[in-house]
Design a binder for this molecule. Structure first.
Ligand code: URA
Length: 425
């Protein structure tokens, strides 16, 4: 019966007819009850992605994802409404780990549910789970009590939040429907609505290492997400960034947490990371209806006066991080005795490009990302770049360090060298 509803909807799409709310809702119910094959689900998703769907159909799909699971109630709270942020994913993207403590330090509460990631880029939940003791699986009352204590909480999405989306996410890969704006928008916004978020900044990145490859597609996706969010009463703002290089010096879970803390302490000012953090913070201040005057100066002050890093540490402790880590993250990292392999420049020159996709693949091979849902992530695995675009390098200089819990091959060293491209003389 469920199969029939799904197949009828597929036929309608093949006939260029619009799907009704009932067609979509019945189909999504079929996706999660286990009676509809992956092949049929993939055909439905492929047909949906290939059409020029109208806004009402995207809204129906979003409604169906939300209705497929539980909706979190935001408890009675006094004071400002919490803000949330979502990124479409990048390489070395630690903007949530940096922008959110800054905003929280400025007095704005932050509540975010984050997904882990399959594929090359780790999700924020994976990065946080690499911190010893840190708990990302939090129930509703724990989320609220941590928010009350540290003004910042990030938990992982639970399986009962939009299971219809999870069922489709799994097979989108199989039918080339990962990059469909309609499917991405329904997937992202449904989870924000189900999580009870009402003020959200979406950070959409484009490039060959991104979810969308060019600026026009990124803007099209942003406009759809914005319109859909408005339809659910979410106040939203979209920030766009190109992925020309990794967002920071580090790519890898613990390495990125450590870089985020260094940034918040005023010790690391990678230009791409700084630019993205400031852009996202400005947007968060806007959705929080904060006075926008002098936003950049206020952000800089929160970093320079120590409030941002203190907020970060307080938040880690509130979510269970081991004291040993919070006291000295870099000493903790060394105490794990990871394997390391320096990458040396073979010639002198100026760094012209750092290939984000190449770097992401190397970090994943070192163990920083999952290929399958049950794979384990190696918390120490990743790459620490010692250069950025424009750095002048002499032959023999260390331009990157590879880290892993496993022995590191010479081949990976060579691939890393090749991902850091020098300007032609
Ligand atoms: N993030 C999501 O949650 N869903 C998508 O489809 C893409 C990115």
């Amino acid at each position: 019966m469920k199969d029939r509803i799904v197949v009828t909807a597929i036929e309608k799409m093949f006939d260029q007819r619009r799907l009704s709310d009932d067609d979509v809702r019945g189909s999504v119910a079929g996706f999660i009850d286990g009676t509809v094959s992956d092949l049929t689900i993939a055909t439905w998703l492929g047909a949906f992605a290939a059409r020029d769907v109208d806004f009402d159909e995207v809204k129906s799909l979003t409604d169906a994802y939300i209705a497929s699971g539980r909706q979190m109630e935001s408890g009675p709270r006094s004071g400002p409404v919490p803000v949330d942020k979502h990124s479409s994913g990048g390489v070395g993207d630690k903007v949530s780990l940096t922008a959110l403590p800054v905003i929280s330090a400025m007095g704005i509460p932050v509540l975010k549910l984050s997904g882990g990631a399959l594929g090359l880029a780790g999700g924020t939940a994976d990065k946080l789970a690499s911190i010893p003791g840190f708990r990302v699986q939090l129930g509703h009352s724990e989320l609220e009590s941590i928010l009350a204590r540290s003004n910042l909480v990030i938990g992982s999405q639970t399986a009962d939040l939009c299971p219809g989306d999870s069922a489709t996410y799994r097979v989108r890969d199989l039918c080339g429907a990962v990059k469909s704006a309609a499917l991405i928008a329904a997937s992202i916004v449904s989870k924000k609505v189900a999580a009870g978020s009402t003020r959200v900044v979406y950070h959409i990145k484009w490039g060959e290492a991104g979810l969308v490859s060019d600026e026009a597609s990124a803007r099209g996706l942003g406009e759809l997400i914005d319109a859909l969010s408005r339809a659910y009463g979410i106040k939203s703002k979209i920030v766009y960034s190109a992925i020309y290089s990794p967002a920071g010096y580090c790519v890898g879970n613990l390495l990125e947490v450590i870089e985020a803390r260094r940034f918040l302490g005023g010790h690391s000012a990678h230009p791409t990371l700084r630019e993205e953090v400031y852009a996202v913070c400005r947007a968060l201040l806007e959705v929080a209806s904060f006075d926008p005057a002098d936003a950049d100066r206020k952000i800089t002050t929160a970093i320079e006066n120590g409030d941002a890093v203190a907020t970060f540490d307080r938040w880690l402790v509130a979510q269970g991080a081991d004291k040993e880590f919070v006291d000295d993250p870099e000493l903790y990292f060394s105490s794990l005795e990871p394997e390391r392999r320096p990458v040396h420049a073979k010639r002198s020159g100026i760094v012209a490009r750092i290939d984000p996709l190449g770097i992401a693949e190397i970090a994943a091979t070192l163990g920083s990302a999952k290929e399958a849902i049950d794979d384990c992530i190696d918390p120490v695995a990743g790459i620490e770049l010692k250069v950025e675009v424009g750095t002048e390098v002499s032959a023999g200089d260390v331009i990157a360090t590879l880290w892993s819990g496993q022995p590191i091959s010479e081949h990976l060293e060579l691939l890393s060298y090749n991902s850091i491209v020098f300007a032609a003389d």
